[in-house]
Design a protein around this ligand. Structure first.
Ligand code: DQA
Length: 150
């Protein structure tokens, strides 16, 4: 069995590679996506990767995912800490959600230590850079049972 996972990335994550590399590392979003596509194959998952700098677009994508994907991985960037609209969309979608952050948000500014997304997340991975996305895929493969014999 296979399942489809939508990976959503929020504002400024398009700048990965050059954006504050001391905090976010040198991986680009493209290289993270490539690693995820590779890992997804081994896990019998298909992955669709998206990035937006617009909150409303992210909400639209979560709403659409309910009819087209079986799970979500969400790095909402700064919207993590501000967006009740995104939280509401995630709760309404009712899909398994893994929240990912490249940095360890709990070691950073106080305002980054509150996550609205967490209220809708089945699990949270932070502080492991791009590897966190791959680990989230593994967790979803277990959760969705894609590794079981047909
Ligand atoms: C981030 C952490 C957020 O606080 C920040 O606004 C980001 C990236 C992370 O992946 O570590 O844009 O989500």
């Amino acid at each position: 069995m296979t399942a489809s996972v939508l990976v959503l990335n929020g504002p400024n994550l398009n700048l990965l590679g050059t954006r504050e590399p001391d905090i976010y590392g040198s991986d680009t979003l493209d290289s993270i996506e490539a690693a995820c596509q590779k890992r997804a194959k081994d896990l019998s998952l298909t992955v669709e990767f998206r990035q937006t700098n617009n909150e409303g677009e992210m909400v639209d994508w979560v709403q659409e995912a309910a009819g087209s994907h079986q799970a979500l991985i969400v790095n909402a960037g700064a919207y993590t800490h501000t967006s009740v609209a995104l939280l509401d969309a995630l709760l309404a979608a009712g899909l398994p959600v893994i929240e990912v952050h490249l940095s360890n948000i709990y070691q950073r500014d106080e305002f980054r230590q509150k996550s609205y997304v967490s209220k809708a997340a089945d699990g949270i991975i932070c502080g492991l850079g791009g590897l966190g996305y791959e680990l989230a895929l593994e967790a979803l493969a277990q959760r969705l049972g894609t590794l079981k014999e047909a």
